[in-house]
Design a protein around this ligand. Structure first.
Ligand code: DMJ
Length: 453
């Protein structure tokens, strides 16, 4: 038997002393980190070759894609801190030079406030904190100032769209996730010394919380002018997800006691009303925010972030169980669908847009428990991801996880989040120290510096 096979047999049988077992494990992890870095480089090279200077790459047609009439460099800004964390120095330097040379915000563009804050503002702020390049902070301040009119509604809840040149706003039906942007605006206040960013974003967060039901639950949509709920569905999925995330993380980043109190009440309600036990598996479903009664049994790729948040906030046993549901969903088709009805055991939305959330949770769970099973799971997820989504020019979303048909899309979050979480799972613990940073919802690390005031 070759020596490596012999080691594996002994390991599986638990017959190797721990120190001897640790060495091959460490090199297996280093191998995986290098493999993830190589695949990330492949996706970045595709962007460089076919979409340089644009928002994103279309990985099948090998053509660029822009969100608006003018590129806002979404992919390079979103990818910059991943390039730095992975030690890809030349690529990081060229991305940074592209950003400072070409990115300009005085443009007649009506942009999606939430997406631009989490991807661009978050990416510029983390890029600045990692490089100390003052040009990145100047861009962040200019962008934040142009986005601020979004909060000029009668309630302080942000409009959906804002024009970067005129400040004109549009879109009154919004949601809790899109009103929770305190990590980015608060960091901008900290770095510029201008409290207005923190104040406006904090007000929006508090105004959302203030509208919670008697059960301490929020709904899925509200009108930012009247302040009324327009959809009372309550859950951890799209349109509510990062509201929960930011309540916890704003406490960590700014030591804001009010955020801590809002998180304590809201997370207790979530853990009380969303859980649904089915055949020994713990799922989280949809309920009515006023009655707490079940109104749906869908779980999906976005929901898969919540086990990570539970683990991060100390609820490890529940996190482990809910994460097992995410893995069950992934295994139905060998990669996760966008939505799955756990009661009917049926995929209800078969797309896979290369989302990161299940990997994010695997990493938080690994950090919280040190259980090697999470790294083993990460290997399986990564191999499925590569096998199903890799293309000659990058990584492609799946139009349908059941047929394997690919779609001509590679969202910028693939480089900001999906690859970053895979990498962090296998990289040495010191690669990113959660005692020093908090990750925004797009996985941009923001420095923890204690209370703001
Ligand atoms: C990202 O842009 C963010 O993580 C957001 O909070 C939710 N969706 C995508 C990734 O799936």
């Amino acid at each position: 038997m070759p020596p490596i096979a012999r080691i594996l047999v002994l390991l599986a049988a638990g017959l190797l002393p721990v120190a001897a077992a640790a060495a091959p494990q460490a090199s297996a992890d280093a191998f995986m980190a290098a493999r993830v870095r190589e695949e990330f480089s492949h996706a970045w090279a595709g962007y460089r070759q076919y979409a340089w200077g644009h928002d994103a790459l279309r990985p099948l047609s090998r053509t660029p894609r822009d969100w608006y009439a003018q590129s806002l460099l979404l992919t390079p800004v979103d990818a910059l801190d991943t390039l730095i964390l992975m030690g890809l120095k030349e690529e990081a330097a060229s991305a940074r030079e592209l950003i400072v040379a070409r990115l300009a915000f005085d443009a007649d563009l009506e942009v999606k406030h939430f997406e631009i804050v989490i991807r661009l503002l978050g990416g510029l702020l983390s890029g600045y904190e990692l490089t100390r390049d003052a040009r990145l902070l100047a861009l962040a301040q200019d962008l934040g100032t142009r986005l601020l009119p979004a909060f000029d509604s009668p309630t302080g809840l942000p409009f959906v769209y804002v024009n970067l040149h005129s400040g004109a706003t549009r879109g009154t039906i919004s949601n809790p996730a899109e009103a929770a942007l305190l990590l980015e605006y608060g960091t901008l206040s900290r770095l510029t010394g201008k409290p207005v960013f923190y104040q406006r974003a904090k007000r929006a967060l508090v105004e959302t919380y203030r509208r919670r039901s008697a059960l301490d639950l929020v709904g899925e949509r509200f009108d930012v002018v009247s302040g009324q709920w327009t959809n009372p569905a309550s859950h951890i999925g799209a349109r509510i997800d990062s509201y929960y995330e930011y309540l916890w993380k704003c406490w960590l980043l700014f030591h804001d006691q009010e955020c801590r109190a809002m998180w304590d009440k809201s997370s207790a309600a979530a853990r009380r009303y969303y859980p649904r036990e089915l055949g020994g598996t713990l799922w989280y479903g949809q309920v009515n925010m006023h009655t707490g009664r079940a109104s749906g049994s869908e779980y999906g790729a976005l929901e898969a972030f919540f086990p990570g948040l539970l683990a991060y906030s100390g609820h490890v046993a529940e996190a482990r169980r809910l994460h097992a549901a995410s893995v069950q969903m992934w295994n139905v088709a060998g990669i996760e669908p966008e939505a799955y009805d756990f009661k009917a055991r049926r995929i209800t939305d078969p797309a896979y847009p290369l989302r990161p959330e299940i990997i994010e949770s695997t990493w938080y769970l690994y950090r919280a428990t040190g259980d090697p099973a999470y790294r083993a799971l990460g290997r399986q997820l990564f191999e499925d991801f590569v096998r199903r989504c890799r293309t000659a020019a990058g990584y492609a979303a799946l139009a349908d996880v059941t047929t394997g048909e690919q779609a001509d899309e590679m969202e910028s979050f693939v480089l900001a989040e999906t690859f970053k979480y895979f990498y962090l799972l296998f990289a040495p613990a010191g690669t990113l120290d959660l005692r020093r940073v908090v990750l925004n919802t797009e996985a941009h690390p923001l420095r923890r510096r204690g209370p703001l005031h």
